[in-house]
Design a protein around this ligand. Sequence first.
Ligand code: NAI
Length: 778
Amino acid sequence: MSISDIFDDMSYGEATESAADAFAWITDQGSRFGHFIDGAMTAPGETFDSRNPATGEVLAHLSQATQADVDAAVKAARRAQPAWEKAGGATRARVLYAIARLLQKHSRLFATLETLDNGKPIREARDIDVPLAQRHFYYHAGMAQLMASELPDARALGVCGQVIPWNFPLLMLAWKVAPALAMGNTVVLKPAEYTSLTALLFADICRQAGVPKGVVNIVTGDGAVGEMIVNADVDKIAFTGSTAVGRRIREATAGSGKALTLELGGKSPYIVFDDADIDSAVEGLVDAIWFNQGQVCCAGSRLLVHEPIADLFHAKLRARMDKLRVGSPLDKSIDVGAIVDPKQLDTIRALVGANTAGHTHVAACDMPETGSFYPPTLITGLYPADTLMQEEIFGPVLVSTTFRTPAEAVEIANNTRYGLAASVWSENINLALDTAPKLAAGIVWINGTNMMDAAAGFGGVRESGFGREGGWEGLAAYTKPKATPRKLSQPGAMTGDGAPADGIDRTAKLYIGGKQARPDGGYSRPVWGKGGALLGHASLANRKDVRNAVEAAHAAKGWSKTTGHLRAQILYYLAENLAVRGGEFADRLNAMRGGKTGAREVEASLDALFTAAAWADKYDGQVHGVPIRGVALAVKEPVGVIGVLCPAEAPLLGLIATAAPAIAMGNRVIAHASEPFPLAATDFVQVLETSDVPAGVLNILTGAQADTADTLARHMDVDAVWSFGDPSLDAVIEEGSATNLKRSWVQNGAGVDWEKFDTRHVLQQATEVKNIWIPYGE
Ligand code: NAI
């Protein structure tokens, strides 16, 4: 065919990328792979096949790791960790730069191998997966370099177990390995069973880059191997994958002292207002839901379109879908490649097949006759409660509904158990920026979609998991404070048998919704002072009281929308009111505990309250420079409703140093007071009552923390639980938090030096970072 024939005909011509180098690499390795442990590949063990989903052909034989393999990998990582940390950030930076450069040098090989193994279009592997993986190593090389000066109080966690999914095999590896190594950790990583080849090629890169033996270990196999890593002697688990497995990992690690971050599923809304640039929004959808065959945790899989433009928008979208090309992933002109595995294809078919609601449009494109492919699909006219509007399909299937007002758009968008990402399309900057803060999501793209960068934290809220990957905030997940933890002091309650000196019954009530409330169970317990004097009675809260407090905290949601300036004023005033009664509080503390430290604790409590007030309007976010025509605004938002089990020691300071910063950030708090010395907290109620803190913002319970911990942890309307109390409750809290995957913060048996307690630790736990990507600049 001549060139002029081609111009006349304008028929489609394939442009296939050669996979010869990728096949040659596999053959070079003998097509059978062991694991990468302690700097060397092990001999293959019992193997399973890794296939090309586009053709079904076997690419390689991978080893299913045994317990002994996992143990050996963890041991190697443990051995290597101290020297890697001690080597210093500058040394680690050079190694990470070397990895980045080698990834760049071999980017074509990585891209073709990824496409063969995963089925994603070569265009995406070449232009997105591999460059972003390189960027991650470059960025974190810089973080290693800056660690000593910028994070002087932070040190490595130790050995990190990392379990990653199959949708972005190399990129997810980079997201996990780069920050861990930068901060001085060593890793044991398990790629997904469908897609391990680029991780094994990465092992080769580690050797070339001079990564010391044992710093990176890679074991292959299925979920059973993942479970072995979760249960191994590691200091942290970082997981990306399904919410179901994330929940199991939360339960399995409960009470183990292991740090945990979970990046889970999503059902991200894609909101198109009637004033949007419709053609751009349609084009954006191609990237939102058909990028990587929709196998993207933050895929814009739920289209919410403004009613006045719905018909026009859907018509344009159908026309665009019909033009998408589905076919050989190695073809550089293909839009939609193969689904990762026939099993995943069956899941998509089953979910869509069971749907009878709405109207289904299947793209009128040619489909390959063999291989694991699914056509781009649009289902319109669904209701927000329909299964397909709620369940993650993880395939090239877009579901759609309409809305009438911006408020309704937000309501439908947030009507999901997930909270990963959202896209907002409007030419009206006021409307777009008014909508972004109202969306329950870790990431919001304005007039864009699926943008990711190492400089901007990625991660979600609700059942999309917790923790961020990337940016400064991502480093928190791979570090811990340098300071040696203090020994936990757990003083017990005083005992006695006397009557009150003045014969008056003083039973302190609970404080719920701005009112003193009798406990549901009607029980109280005596509080004795030093020397056996009866100081009063404290109510015993039960699970019903917890539920009432949660309801009250929810009713106070307006607090989260107030300004930092207002919250600061209210906290200053609260501090002033406490100061006026300082002497009384000091006497109470001394009476409950004995000794003479009361005045000092009151002074420290006042300082903590003034400090929280000071931070209320200063704990700002950041503007991340990302390499696109835009910026990512990292905005700090309140977590929501936080349950706090206060420490036994420091009955006043422990309450104020934790609850006040949480309130300062706009959260509502349910604090369970010091168990042995509850009267400082119940006295504080009187101070609260004379302040301007709105009802429901701070609720105070007393009694046995073991009676409320589980209910707080399992409550679906509580967003985080912190414990400074009895370490035996850590497991209860972490396991219970798996219900709605709320954040938990336990001290793993360590004590806190309350007088030197750094408010910034609390502020970090009390906020979620939302990255709002906005177009900006040229
Ligand atoms: P998965 O969550 O089972 O797999 C992810 C990784 O976890 C793999 O490496 C797997 O071997 C490992 N794993 C499985 N069970 C484990 C366990 N008990 N303990 C430790 N590790 C374990 O995901 P799967 O089954 O491959 O896909 C199912 C669904 O999960 C998808 O349809 C999609 O909805 C969701 N998914 C979400 C991803 C995301 O990026 N958020 C990525 C992959 C899947």
